[in-house]
Ligand binder design. Sequence first.
Ligand code: C5P
Length: 234
Amino acid sequence: MKEDFNPIFVAMDGMAGERIMELRNELAGHVGGFKLNDALDNDPSIIKSFSEFGLVFADPKLLDIEKTVRNRARVISARKPGFITVHASGGIPMMKAALEGVEGTDTKILAVTVLTNLNDEQCVGIYGDERDAIVTKFAGWASEAGVHGIVCSAHELEMLSEYDHLKDLIKVVPGIRPKWFQDASDDQKMVMTPAEAIKLGANYLVIGRPITDAKNPVKAADDTFEEIQTARLA
Ligand code: C5P
Protein backbone atom coordinates (compact mmCIF):
# COMPACT_ATOMS: atom_id res chain seq x y z
CA MET A 1 0.00 0.00 0.00
CA LYS A 2 1.35 3.44 -0.91
CA GLU A 3 2.64 5.56 1.97
CA ASP A 4 0.40 8.51 1.15
CA PHE A 5 -2.67 6.30 0.87
CA ASN A 6 -5.47 7.61 3.10
CA PRO A 7 -6.86 4.70 5.16
CA ILE A 8 -9.69 6.64 6.81
CA PHE A 9 -13.21 5.39 6.21
CA VAL A 10 -15.67 7.86 7.73
CA ALA A 11 -18.68 6.13 9.32
CA MET A 12 -21.68 8.13 8.12
CA ASP A 13 -23.98 6.91 10.89
CA GLY A 14 -27.39 8.28 11.80
CA MET A 15 -27.40 11.01 9.18
CA ALA A 16 -29.89 11.56 6.46
CA GLY A 17 -30.88 13.95 3.74
CA GLU A 18 -28.85 17.04 3.18
CA ARG A 19 -26.37 16.56 6.03
CA ILE A 20 -24.95 13.31 4.67
CA MET A 21 -24.42 14.81 1.21
CA GLU A 22 -22.97 18.00 2.63
CA LEU A 23 -20.45 16.07 4.72
CA ARG A 24 -19.63 13.79 1.77
CA ASN A 25 -18.81 16.82 -0.40
CA GLU A 26 -16.73 18.47 2.33
CA LEU A 27 -14.72 15.37 3.21
CA ALA A 28 -14.03 14.14 -0.32
CA GLY A 29 -10.28 14.21 -0.90
CA HIS A 30 -9.59 14.41 2.85
CA VAL A 31 -10.47 10.76 3.61
CA GLY A 32 -10.08 7.46 1.78
CA GLY A 33 -13.73 6.56 1.78
CA PHE A 34 -17.07 6.31 3.54
CA LYS A 35 -18.81 3.58 5.51
CA LEU A 36 -22.56 3.45 4.93
CA ASN A 37 -24.83 1.55 7.28
CA ASP A 38 -28.28 2.94 8.15
CA ALA A 39 -27.99 5.24 5.13
CA LEU A 40 -28.19 2.08 3.00
CA ASP A 41 -31.54 1.17 4.54
CA ASN A 42 -32.79 4.64 3.89
CA ASP A 43 -31.72 4.58 0.23
CA PRO A 44 -29.62 1.73 -1.26
CA SER A 45 -28.83 3.82 -4.34
CA ILE A 46 -26.81 6.14 -2.11
CA ILE A 47 -23.79 3.89 -2.78
CA LYS A 48 -23.58 5.16 -6.35
CA SER A 49 -23.78 8.78 -5.29
CA PHE A 50 -20.80 8.25 -2.97
CA SER A 51 -18.60 6.33 -5.42
CA GLU A 52 -17.00 9.32 -7.08
CA PHE A 53 -16.14 10.80 -3.65
CA GLY A 54 -14.10 7.86 -2.35
CA LEU A 55 -14.15 4.13 -1.70
CA VAL A 56 -17.55 3.00 -0.42
CA PHE A 57 -17.79 0.51 2.39
CA ALA A 58 -21.31 -0.93 2.51
CA ASP A 59 -21.88 -2.23 6.04
CA PRO A 60 -25.06 -4.37 6.09
CA LYS A 61 -23.28 -7.08 8.20
CA LEU A 62 -25.01 -9.93 6.39
CA LEU A 63 -25.89 -13.03 8.45
CA ASP A 64 -28.38 -15.45 6.95
CA ILE A 65 -28.74 -18.69 5.01
CA GLU A 66 -26.33 -19.02 2.10
CA LYS A 67 -28.86 -18.41 -0.64
CA THR A 68 -30.07 -15.18 0.96
CA VAL A 69 -26.56 -13.90 1.61
CA ARG A 70 -25.57 -14.72 -1.99
CA ASN A 71 -28.63 -12.82 -3.29
CA ARG A 72 -28.09 -9.82 -1.06
CA ALA A 73 -24.37 -9.63 -1.85
CA ARG A 74 -25.26 -9.75 -5.56
CA VAL A 75 -27.83 -6.95 -5.30
CA ILE A 76 -25.59 -4.72 -3.16
CA SER A 77 -22.48 -5.30 -5.30
CA ALA A 78 -24.41 -4.21 -8.42
CA ARG A 79 -24.18 -0.70 -6.95
CA LYS A 80 -20.39 -1.05 -6.95
CA PRO A 81 -19.25 -0.53 -3.35
CA GLY A 82 -15.59 -1.32 -2.60
CA PHE A 83 -16.53 -3.55 0.32
CA ILE A 84 -19.54 -5.39 1.77
CA THR A 85 -19.55 -6.78 5.31
CA VAL A 86 -20.82 -10.18 6.48
CA HIS A 87 -20.65 -11.80 9.92
CA ALA A 88 -17.92 -14.46 10.14
CA SER A 89 -20.14 -16.21 12.72
CA GLY A 90 -22.38 -17.25 9.78
CA GLY A 91 -19.70 -19.81 8.94
CA ILE A 92 -17.45 -20.69 6.02
CA PRO A 93 -20.19 -21.74 3.53
CA MET A 94 -22.04 -18.48 4.19
CA MET A 95 -18.92 -16.40 3.58
CA LYS A 96 -18.28 -18.38 0.37
CA ALA A 97 -21.85 -17.63 -0.71
CA ALA A 98 -21.17 -13.91 -0.21
CA LEU A 99 -18.11 -14.24 -2.46
CA GLU A 100 -20.25 -15.95 -5.10
CA GLY A 101 -22.66 -13.05 -4.89
CA VAL A 102 -19.94 -10.50 -5.74
CA GLU A 103 -18.37 -12.62 -8.48
CA GLY A 104 -17.66 -10.62 -11.63
CA THR A 105 -17.52 -7.32 -9.72
CA ASP A 106 -14.65 -5.46 -7.98
CA THR A 107 -16.46 -5.56 -4.63
CA LYS A 108 -14.58 -7.22 -1.80
CA ILE A 109 -16.06 -9.10 1.15
CA LEU A 110 -15.06 -8.24 4.71
CA ALA A 111 -15.98 -10.59 7.56
CA VAL A 112 -16.77 -9.05 10.94
CA THR A 113 -15.08 -11.26 13.55
CA VAL A 114 -16.67 -10.31 16.89
CA LEU A 115 -18.51 -7.02 17.45
CA THR A 116 -16.22 -4.80 19.48
CA ASN A 117 -18.90 -4.01 22.05
CA LEU A 118 -18.91 -7.63 23.28
CA ASN A 119 -16.75 -8.43 26.31
CA ASP A 120 -15.32 -11.81 27.34
CA GLU A 121 -18.34 -12.74 29.43
CA GLN A 122 -20.75 -11.95 26.59
CA CYS A 123 -18.57 -13.86 24.12
CA VAL A 124 -18.63 -16.92 26.36
CA GLY A 125 -22.42 -16.66 26.57
CA ILE A 126 -22.90 -16.27 22.83
CA TYR A 127 -20.02 -18.21 21.29
CA GLY A 128 -18.80 -20.47 24.14
CA ASP A 129 -15.33 -18.97 24.56
CA GLU A 130 -13.56 -15.67 25.31
CA ARG A 131 -13.02 -12.87 22.74
CA ASP A 132 -9.43 -13.68 21.75
CA ALA A 133 -10.21 -17.32 21.05
CA ILE A 134 -13.34 -16.54 19.05
CA VAL A 135 -11.76 -13.68 17.09
CA THR A 136 -8.85 -15.96 16.16
CA LYS A 137 -11.22 -18.77 15.20
CA PHE A 138 -13.46 -16.52 13.08
CA ALA A 139 -10.46 -14.87 11.38
CA GLY A 140 -9.30 -18.40 10.50
CA TRP A 141 -12.72 -19.19 9.03
CA ALA A 142 -12.58 -15.95 7.01
CA SER A 143 -9.21 -16.96 5.60
CA GLU A 144 -10.45 -20.49 4.82
CA ALA A 145 -13.55 -19.12 3.08
CA GLY A 146 -11.28 -16.89 0.99
CA VAL A 147 -12.88 -13.54 1.83
CA HIS A 148 -10.73 -10.46 1.24
CA GLY A 149 -10.50 -9.16 4.79
CA ILE A 150 -11.78 -8.94 8.32
CA VAL A 151 -13.12 -6.33 10.72
CA CYS A 152 -11.65 -6.61 14.21
CA SER A 153 -10.52 -4.45 17.11
CA ALA A 154 -7.13 -2.77 16.81
CA HIS A 155 -6.34 -4.49 20.11
CA GLU A 156 -6.50 -7.83 18.29
CA LEU A 157 -4.08 -6.99 15.46
CA GLU A 158 -0.95 -8.06 17.30
CA MET A 159 -2.47 -11.39 18.32
CA LEU A 160 -3.67 -12.09 14.76
CA SER A 161 -0.28 -11.15 13.27
CA GLU A 162 1.15 -14.28 14.92
CA TYR A 163 -0.68 -16.43 12.38
CA ASP A 164 0.86 -16.73 8.92
CA HIS A 165 -2.39 -17.78 7.25
CA LEU A 166 -4.06 -14.51 8.36
CA LYS A 167 -1.36 -12.20 7.00
CA ASP A 168 -2.98 -11.58 3.63
CA LEU A 169 -6.37 -10.59 5.04
CA ILE A 170 -7.17 -6.87 4.82
CA LYS A 171 -7.58 -5.62 8.42
CA VAL A 172 -10.27 -2.99 9.01
CA VAL A 173 -10.61 -1.58 12.52
CA PRO A 174 -13.28 0.56 14.22
CA GLY A 175 -12.94 2.12 17.68
CA ILE A 176 -10.37 4.66 16.50
CA ARG A 177 -9.96 7.69 18.72
CA PRO A 178 -7.45 10.41 17.78
CA LYS A 179 -5.43 11.80 20.69
CA TRP A 180 -7.39 15.06 20.69
CA PHE A 181 -10.85 13.43 20.82
CA GLN A 182 -12.72 13.68 24.14
CA ASP A 183 -16.31 12.51 24.66
CA ALA A 184 -17.45 11.47 28.12
CA SER A 185 -20.47 9.62 26.68
CA ASP A 186 -18.39 7.60 24.18
CA ASP A 187 -19.82 4.08 23.74
CA GLN A 188 -16.72 2.60 22.07
CA LYS A 189 -15.31 -0.16 24.27
CA MET A 190 -11.98 -1.02 22.63
CA VAL A 191 -10.34 2.19 21.51
CA MET A 192 -6.95 3.02 20.04
CA THR A 193 -5.35 6.03 18.37
CA PRO A 194 -5.03 6.03 14.57
CA ALA A 195 -1.23 6.07 14.81
CA GLU A 196 -1.10 3.01 17.08
CA ALA A 197 -3.59 1.06 14.94
CA ILE A 198 -1.61 1.76 11.76
CA LYS A 199 1.63 0.75 13.46
CA LEU A 200 0.00 -2.55 14.47
CA GLY A 201 -0.92 -3.32 10.86
CA ALA A 202 -4.43 -1.95 10.29
CA ASN A 203 -5.10 -1.35 6.58
CA TYR A 204 -8.22 0.78 7.02
CA LEU A 205 -9.54 2.72 10.01
CA VAL A 206 -13.28 3.25 10.52
CA ILE A 207 -13.76 6.60 12.23
CA GLY A 208 -17.16 8.10 12.86
CA ARG A 209 -17.97 10.67 15.50
CA PRO A 210 -14.48 12.14 16.00
CA ILE A 211 -14.86 13.41 12.42
CA THR A 212 -18.61 13.64 11.80
CA ASP A 213 -19.40 15.40 15.10
CA ALA A 214 -16.39 17.73 14.95
CA LYS A 215 -16.98 21.47 14.64
CA ASN A 216 -14.73 21.34 11.60
CA PRO A 217 -14.91 17.81 10.09
CA VAL A 218 -12.32 18.56 7.38
CA LYS A 219 -9.79 19.72 9.99
CA ALA A 220 -10.56 16.63 12.11
CA ALA A 221 -9.95 14.38 9.09
CA ASP A 222 -6.75 16.23 8.14
CA ASP A 223 -5.42 16.15 11.72
CA THR A 224 -6.16 12.41 11.88
CA PHE A 225 -4.38 11.78 8.58
CA GLU A 226 -1.40 13.80 9.77
CA GLU A 227 -1.25 11.64 12.91
CA ILE A 228 -1.23 8.57 10.63
CA GLN A 229 1.50 9.97 8.37
CA THR A 230 3.67 10.83 11.36
CA ALA A 231 3.33 7.26 12.58
CA ARG A 232 4.14 5.87 9.13
CA LEU A 233 7.30 7.95 8.84
CA ALA A 234 8.50 7.29 12.41
O1 C5P B 1 -17.60 5.44 17.40
P1 C5P B 1 -17.53 5.85 15.96
O2 C5P B 1 -18.52 6.91 15.63
O3 C5P B 1 -16.13 6.15 15.50
O4 C5P B 1 -18.04 4.53 15.19
C1 C5P B 1 -17.56 4.08 13.97
C2 C5P B 1 -18.06 2.67 13.76
O5 C5P B 1 -17.57 1.83 14.80
C3 C5P B 1 -19.58 2.50 13.79
O6 C5P B 1 -20.12 2.70 12.51
C4 C5P B 1 -19.74 1.07 14.24
O7 C5P B 1 -19.77 0.18 13.13
C5 C5P B 1 -18.48 0.77 15.04
N1 C5P B 1 -18.73 0.68 16.49
C6 C5P B 1 -18.12 -0.34 17.19
N2 C5P B 1 -18.34 -0.46 18.54
C7 C5P B 1 -19.09 0.44 19.22
C8 C5P B 1 -19.66 1.53 18.53
C9 C5P B 1 -19.47 1.63 17.14
O8 C5P B 1 -17.40 -1.15 16.60
N3 C5P B 1 -19.26 0.27 20.52
